[in-house]
Write a protein that binds this ligand. Structure first.
Ligand code: GLV
Length: 329
């Protein structure tokens, strides 16, 4: 590089990747406040930088990109990238990197944990202890349900969904069905998974776990019509993006016993309001979007976000790129 490239890092992320970038001669500006930048702060700070290292809370929309079309690369510190207008980035010739795989085990663990916690009402029962309500042994109260031999339905069987399915098959001998646009032959072979229609997924799943990206096609896909088709004994798990389900419809489906329970690591909106009715339901477990929240995964994401930038300036391409078409133009 003739002149050091300047990178705006929009949130505090693990140092490991940032050190790699500094060692390669990049100049870093780190946003240190404990909140995302406002849209105007993001524009203002991006102005004198060639690289944006951003994450899920940053709105990289067409308006932002039109003003900051000087950016040479966007490196997203996340696997999801619905905060970035990809069409706009591609139109402006800006490659976008992301951080897949390194967080798949961690996120599948959260899906698995929420499934188990919901099935045994763990979060609700924990709250009863905090309220001093741990009484005597009651043979018929707060009964959960078992998972052994049940059917897991995966909506979006990709990197994370397949690990969730493996965990469920190995732990509980669950049968795996899935709904994808394209068949996942590897999963069919490894897990004896069966690809089904969306309606079949709804009708047959005892646990339905969402692992898709958020797109025009998946936004609001789990709405009242969908919940009505699910089993009254079923558990809905979402660790992908909150906007894939309609939260008001989910609340109604739980209140009217159309489904039995829900485990959510993502909500709509985020953060969830503390008086949201979901938080007081016996068969609901909610976490504050911590799917990738292990030291290993977050360090791995930091490394990949850095490698995408380093390799772009070294070779002209990114090892983990969301819009490869942009480099052909
Ligand atoms: C987190 O939600 C991610 O997409 O990495």
């Amino acid at each position: 590089m003739d002149k050091a490239k300047r990178i705006l890092v929009t949130r505090k992320i693990p140092e490991v990747g940032l050190k790699q970038l500094e060692a390669q001669g990049f100049e870093l500006t780190k946003w240190t406040r404990d909140r995302p930048m406002t849209p105007s702060e993001l524009v203002e700070h991006s102005m004198d930088h060639q690289v944006l290292l951003c994450t899920v809370g940053d709105r990289v929309d067409r308006a932002f990109l039109a003003t900051c079309s000087h950016l040479e690369i966007i490196s997203q510190y996340a696997v999801g990238h619905d905060n970035i207008d990809l069409n706009a980035a591609t139109d402006m010739g800006i490659p976008v990197g992301f951080t897949p795989d390194v967080l798949s085990e961690a996120t599948a663990d959260i899906a698995f944990g929420l499934m188990l916690a919901t099935s045994r009402k763990m979060f609700f029962l924990h709250k009863t202890i905090l309220k001093g309500e741990w009484g005597d042994f009651k043979p018929t109260s707060h009964l959960g349900m078992e998972l052994t031999g049940k059917t897991l339905g995966v909506f979006g069987l990709g990197r994370i969904g397949i690990i969730m399915a493996e965990r469920c098959k190995n732990a509980y001998g669950m049968e795996v069905i899935y709904h994808n646009r394209r068949a996942n032959n590897a999963a069919e072979k490894a897990l004896n998974a069966t690809r089904v229609s969306f309606d079949e997924l709804l009708a047959k799943s005892d646990v339905l776990s969402v692992h898709c990206v958020l797109s025009d096609e998946t936004r609001g896909r789990f709405d009242q019509a969908a919940f009505t088709k699910m089993k009254p004994t079923s558990i809905f798990i979402n660790t992908a993006r909150g906007a894939v389900h309609r939260e008001s419809d989910l609340i109604k489906a739980l209140q009217s016993n159309e489904i039995w329970g829900a485990g959510l690591d993502v909500t709509d909106p985020e953060p969830m309001a503390k008086d949201n009715p979901l938080l007081s339901m016996e068969t609901v477990a909610v976490l504050p979007h911590v799917g990738s929240g292990t030291m290993e995964a977050r360090d791995g994401m930091s490394r990949l976000a850095a490698e995408n930038i380093i390799e772009f300036y070294r070779t002209g391409t990114l090892p983990h790129m969301v819009n490869p078409g942009v480099l052909k133009n």
